[in-house]
Design a binder for this molecule. Sequence first.
Ligand SMILES: [Zn+2]
Ligand SMILES: [Zn+2]
Length: 331
Amino acid sequence: MSTVPASNAAPAPPAPGPTAPAAPAAKARKRRVFWFVAAIVAMHLLVPLAFLPYTFAWWGIPVVLIGNFVFGSLGINLGYHRMLTHSAARFPKALERLWVLCGVCSLEGSPLWWVCTHRIHHQHSDDEGDPHSPQEHFYWGHMEWIYTADERRQKLDTYARYVPDLMGDKFLRWLHRGERWLLVWAAHVAALAALGFAAGFLFADTAAGAVQFGVQWFLWAVVVRTVYVWHITWLVNSAAHRWGYRSYNTGDRSTNNWVVALLTNGEGWHNNHHAAPRACSQGHRWWELDLTFTFVRALQLVGLAWNIAPVKVPKHIAAGAKSDTPGEREE
Ligand SMILES: [Zn+2]
Ligand SMILES: [Zn+2]
């Protein structure tokens, strides 16, 4: 996406930049927090509706899993995380935009906000400045941090410092400014709902059956899928910083958690990721399955992916220790 390589883990040194006026920024932040909380609460309240006799459908389960691959794995794992945050691979421009849009449709924040947050996490992982370390409370690391104001991300100079390579991208700036990414998300919800009802009226025998299919489709393809992708993404921040094995002494508390890895198609090999943040593959052993990376490899075979960052673990971390208990931070 960006022509300037992103940092491996730690962001660029502080660059002088304009500071947003405190009051409007705080207002914007409050608005953002409000909408996040509203969306999170509304989506969770809607989930049980998908399990009523009228709305439950077995086909909903594969729809959620496919939706997870499209919006979670391609949007968040590949687009927001590996491509934008770590410059782990390049794709044709149209595909890069598509990954970003899939990420936007996962309702996890604007790309600039997400990347900024994640680079701060890499710099301060499980340390004082970490936006979402779960060491004190699992719930904080899992989701509470999302709707708690963070002064740092109210300021433009934080973005100038942590995402300077992406600030020049007009598309990403457009999505971020005025929370326009939410409009894109809303448009995708409307499009998916319309698709469901249109399919219902095309294939159902009765009008009542068509409406039922539309409602089922909306609940499973939008609501359950969104909540599912949220929680498995958040598990990377919470569970994969608490439980699992460690292949490297990365100085934080990141772990390789196979449950999270399977659910997220590869992101749960999180200790590996902290050891080699830029590497496109997060599975370092043959059995550490990373379907997101397998997809990138397939694209590479047909010439649609290049500049794939290899696994390079710094010597002091590679030699540092396999340990089942988190090691002390190495300064
Ligand atoms: Zn982490
Ligand atoms: Zn990362």
